[in-house]
Design a protein around this ligand. Structure first.
Ligand code: MEV
Length: 434
């Protein structure tokens, strides 16, 4: 068993990895090569535990993002090639056709207290108003700052679920966390309330009902009332330029059928929605937000009707193409990593230091940008053409192709299959001819 590893310095940890044969000296040097300057490094080392190195991902930027009449340059961090290119393509097209129209539908977040108690709702309901006040009072000190910013607790609800699990009851607490993602605030309030609950039961009930056991108190990442809408709309004929030569009518028809398929087929819907999260996650990561929370919530929301389905809708009628999404988005622009990570703070500055509501709209727009580009590619040339072009560029760069060779390769591989070997053979052939 390895003991005390977390208490070692980073240098000692790397040394220990070499001692244990996990890495070679060469690999240790590789880890060191990714270190930053002292002060910046200390900031990163405070973010997670047992750190041995930095793991970089590229940050790209998408120009021409036009949302509700305002222009943005949107930083995106992703490991997937083509995502930023696709977002930039769609953003540029839509900037010339009305841009992204967005609206925040709600900002409510929530937390839960799960407890076990021998009583039932008919016994607790008459006392609920009193209990609610006591719970609120127990967490009052935690809400002071949030209230100053216009937020705080906005509701509490109790439900008896003892018909599902013996003695199981649940309290839901609703929050407005303003510009914070709010996880720490929510969890602190819930834990304060969770201490108060057994005290209240002890004061108001006798025998076994005087005891209540709180099982857990934690925020819910399912926030169906923290929602943002994003719509893209234009006249059908305006789609000519993106129709891949098939004509705008045919394109709009094929596009809307692709959305209809995702609405009925969960196998397609997962990939379809993943295309939306290509854009959303890249913004969420760039701004230091919790992409697991945002994704988990979105997929649960996509299944809210009992079957997993498309998050987006498309209507083609009366000469109009309308493509929209309504999506939950619990993000913040203060607290957490948003300001602690220097690159996240910088990304937010590039975005003009948006409020959480503005960031919800930016992220949803980039989701729609990627989604539009993906569906467009799928119903026109297929997705591989664009991917292969990027792939070709990377192979040519790796093989140090000259500008002239690059041009020749682009022409050749427009009609030939791209693979590393095929490109290497092509270059060798070209070079031998000289
Ligand atoms: C790839 O990262 C995303 C797509 O698969 C999305 C989609 O199929 O709609 C292209």
């Amino acid at each position: 068993m390895i003991e005390g590893f977390s208490r070692l310095s980073k240098a000692e940890r790397r040394e220990r990895l070499v001692d244990h044969g996990v890495i070679a000296q060469e690999q240790k040097k590789q880890l060191e090569a990714f270190d930053l300057r002292d002060e910046q490094q200390a900031t990163l080392d405070n973010i997670a535990e047992n750190t041995i190195a930095n793991y970089y991902l590229p940050m790209g930027i998408v120009p021409n993002v036009y949302i509700n009449g305002k222009h943005y340059w949107v930083p995106m961090v992703t490991e997937e090639s083509s995502v930023i290119a696709a977002a930039a393509y769609a953003a540029k097209f839509w900037a010339q056709h009305g841009g992204f129209r967005t609206k925040v539908v709600g900002t409510t977040k929530l937390g839960q207290i799960h407890f076990f108690w021998a009583g039932n709702a008919s016994e607790l309901n008459p006392l609920w108003a009193e209990l609610e006040q006591q719970l609120l009072k127990s967490s009052e000190y935690l809400s002071e700052n949030m209230q100053k910013r216009g937020g705080g607790i906005i509701g509490i609800e109790y439900e008896d679920f003892s018909h599902l699990i013996p003695q199981y009851h649940r309290i839901h607490v609703y929050f407005n966390t303003v510009d914070a993602m709010g996880a720490n605030y929510i969890n602190s309030c819930l834990e304060a309330m969770a201490k108060e609950l057994p005290v209240f039961m002890g004061q108001h009930f006798s025998n076994e009902k005087a005891h209540c056991e709180v099982n857990m108190a934690i925020l819910s990442n399912y926030t169906p009332e923290c929602l943002v809408e994003c719509t893209l709309e234009c006249r059908i004929e305006e789609l000519e330029a993106v129709s891949g030569g098939m004509g705008s009518e045919k394109f709009a028809d094929r596009f809307s059928k692709a959305i209809a398929i995702a609405q009925v087929d969960p196998y397609r819907a997962v990939t379809h929605n993943k295309g939306i999260y290509n854009g959303i996650d890249a913004v969420v990561i760039a701004t230091g937000n919790d992409f697991r929370a945002v994704e988990a919530c979105g997929h649960a929301y996509a299944a809210r009707g009992g079957q997993y389905t498309s998050l987006s809708q498309c209507k083609v009628e009366n000469g109009l193409f309308r493509f929209s999404v309504t999506i939950p988005m619990a993000v913040g622009t203060v607290g957490g990593l948003t300001r602690a990570h220097p690159m996240a703070a910088l990304a937010l500055e590039i975005l003009g230091n948006p409020s959480a509501e503005e960031l919800m709209q930016i992220a949803a727009s980039m989701g729609m940008a990627n989604h539009f580009a993906a569906i467009r590619a799928l119903v026109t040339t297929g997705i591989q053409k664009g991917h292969m072009k990027m792939h070709l560029g990377k192979i040519l760069q790796h093989l140090q192709a000259s500008d002239h060779e690059y041009e020749m390769a682009l022409k050749h591989f427009a009609t030939h299959e791209v693979s590393f070997k095929a490109v290497a053979d092509f270059l060798q052939h070209q070079r031998a001819k000289k």
